[in-house]
Design a protein around this ligand. Structure first.
Ligand code: RAM
Length: 363
């Protein structure tokens, strides 16, 4: 299911709330930019060109996907789908990127992509600011910049393809674990890296959700960072359970983190006693759902995220859109999308997976 106009309006309002909450996040425009640096409410202004909605998609477009890290199965699904989509409009896609998700690990890749004169760079930013300078250089050279999955600052890209409403992702993770715990007990978060724009935005919403009176008997004791590294996430899970003997649940809003946490818990005496919930891929989580370690988790369809990103980049590079709010483009078989506030395009609501539906999904 995909959001149509009214839900996109809601999504735009959601982002505004996200930014009000996460004022420290540069991804929400927290950088000190003059108004003249922006176009009317959209993402970065690369040229003064007007959108030509009737322009055909150019053939032979070169799109480069730069994920948080290349050895993350989730990012691979997104990028492979984006690369496959490029073939539909006779474009050429590729994936390049670092093997770790640290703040500046993507910078040298951006510089190389500029030298190669790609038509568009699609980036899942490891840090809202570290990649900004090089991305601005790219836009100056008329290379289109589309953030997906994890945003950079809004003036450092033309569009942000968000997998779902950030508010919905954040709040629903608290709502789900609270129901599982009967609204009682200590919980912890096992996140990705400390700088990740997407996880940090979601965590702000989790904390805000926890302020509601219905959660008064629940306490967030710690946010740990597994850096989207399997081993580190495994060890951080072990550390959390040791340090907080009364811990009743862990929310891990990262596919790498939740899989590692589930693996640790499934082989420990905590199995069946500590609830783990968060964001995971069905293929990585299936065995933990089947063995009873995990009751449920959520995610969106990563293939659709890559597909939408690819079409958005092609629409930008073909002059159909410029990234301004209200512009529309067609994303192949997914249909038409409208650009929201600050250049945000929202894919759709997440799916909740459990033992009843997990075998219907294969990604
Ligand atoms: C990990 C990454 C990614 C995030 C998913 C849910 O794969 O941190 O950015 O969107 O988890």
């Amino acid at each position: 299911m995909f959001l149509r106009t009214s839900s996109r309006r809601r999504a735009a309002a959601t982002l505004a709330t996200a930014c009000a909450l996460a004022v420290t996040l540069a991804g929400c425009g927290g950088t000190t930019k003059k108004d003249s640096d922006h176009n009317s409410g959209g993402g970065a202004k690369a040229t003064d060109a007007k959108a030509d909605p009737g322009a055909p998609l150019k053939k032979g477009l070169k799109l480069a996907f730069l994920p948080k890290q290349i050895n993350n199965p989730y990012e691979k699904i997104v990028d492979d789908a984006g690369i496959a989509a490029a073939k539909e409009f006779s474009g050429e896609g590729k994936e390049v990127g670092p093997s770790d998700a640290s703040a500046s690990s993507q910078v040298s890749y951006i510089n190389t992509l500029i030298q190669q004169r790609q038509d568009a760079i699609l980036i899942a930013a490891n840090d809202p600011n570290a990649v900004c300078g090089p991305l601005k250089q790219a836009m100056k050279k008329d290379i289109k910049v589309v953030a997906y999955d994890s945003d950079t600052a809004k003036d450092c890209r033309q569009l942000f393809i968000n997998q779902a409403s950030s508010e919905e992702i954040g709040r629903s993770q608290v709502q789900h674990i609270a129901e599982q715990l009967d609204y009682k007990g200590e919980i912890a978060i096992l996140s990705a890296t400390q700088n990740a724009t997407n996880q940090n935005t979601w965590i702000e919403f989790m904390k805000d959700e926890l302020k509601k009176p219905k959660y008064k008997n629940m306490k967030l004791v710690k946010t740990a960072y597994g850096d989207d590294d399997d081993q580190k996430s495994f060890q951080e899970t072990q550390g959390l359970l040791k340090a907080y003997p009364d811990l009743k649940g862990i929310i891990s809003p990262t596919t790498v983190g939740i899989a590692a946490a589930a693996r640790y818990i499934s082989g420990s005496s905590y199995k069946g006693k500590v609830v783990i919930n968060g964001l995971g891929t069905p293929n990585q989580m299936r065995k933990y759902v089947k063995d009873g370690t995990v009751e449920q988790f959520s995610l969106w369809d990563p293939k659709k995220l890559g597909y939408l990103g690819s079409y958005a980049a092609a629409a930008l590079a073909s002059g159909q859109i410029t990234g301004a709010e209200g512009e529309k483009f067609k994303a192949g078989k997914l249909g038409e999308y409208t650009i929201g506030k600050d250049g945000e395009v929202i894919l759709g609501p997440p799916t909740v997976f459990d033992k009843n539906n997990i075998d219907d999904f294969d990604f």
